[in-house]
Unconditional design. Structure first.
Length: 194
């Protein structure tokens, strides 16, 4: 009986440790889809992932432009800089919901920190202030939908080799050529493994 209790205690400790590692993994990192990813939603994608205050890991695909201009959606009078005038597919969840990644000195309302000066904005009113120029930010991107994982789901996908994990710097997050980001990161990560 003592051995069973000891084994159960060890398993519980391992579960707590694995949960802590998974939560740490999900704070402001890139998940880079492994070559051959079977899920078409994530094939050749780079997902910026963070751990929000509540819920499971959450993020947006940073390298998949939708081919639609924000200025076309918003209409006349939109003062959107050309470098930011693109809508991105953030993921397969709630594709009609808009989210924003912003680079700013301080956290805008309705947001949470992803990396040093990068924040994920969920509040549509704050996104409007970014788009109108009312809220000054260094850089921003707008996403339709997001990517999310249920409890333990991301850990399973990582263990099965579906993703590589890479640091997510602001320069890469707001890359001027996001279409090349997946190839660049997989090349770097493959070099590290040889």
């Amino acid at each position: 009986m003592h051995a069973v209790r000891h084994a159960l205690g060890a398993l519980a400790l391992c579960a707590v440790f694995a949960s802590a590692v998974a939560q740490e993994l999900a704070n402001g990192i890139f998940l880079v889809a492994a070559p051959g990813m079977r899920d078409p939603n994530f094939s050749e994608t780079v997902v910026l992932v963070t751990q929000p205050p509540r819920g499971g890991p959450f993020g947006v695909i940073v390298n998949r432009p939708l081919g639609r201009r924000l200025s076309e959606m918003i209409g006349e009078g939109a003062q959107i800089p050309p470098a930011a005038d693109m809508l991105y597919r953030g993921g397969p969840v709630e594709r009609t919901r808009l989210l924003a990644l912003v680079r700013a000195a301080e956290a805008p309302g309705g947001s949470f920190r992803v990396r040093e000066d990068v924040f994920l904005v969920l509040d549509p009113r704050v996104i409007e202030t970014v788009l109108s120029g009312e809220l000054a930010v260094r850089d921003y991107r707008i996403y339709a939908g997001y990517s999310g994982w249920g409890d333990g789901q991301l850990q399973v996908e990582l263990a099965e080799g579906g993703w590589f994990v890479a640091p997510a710097g602001a320069e890469a997050i707001f890359s001027r050529d996001p279409a090349t980001l997946w190839r660049e990161l997989t090349r770097e990560l493959a070099g590290e493994r040889t």
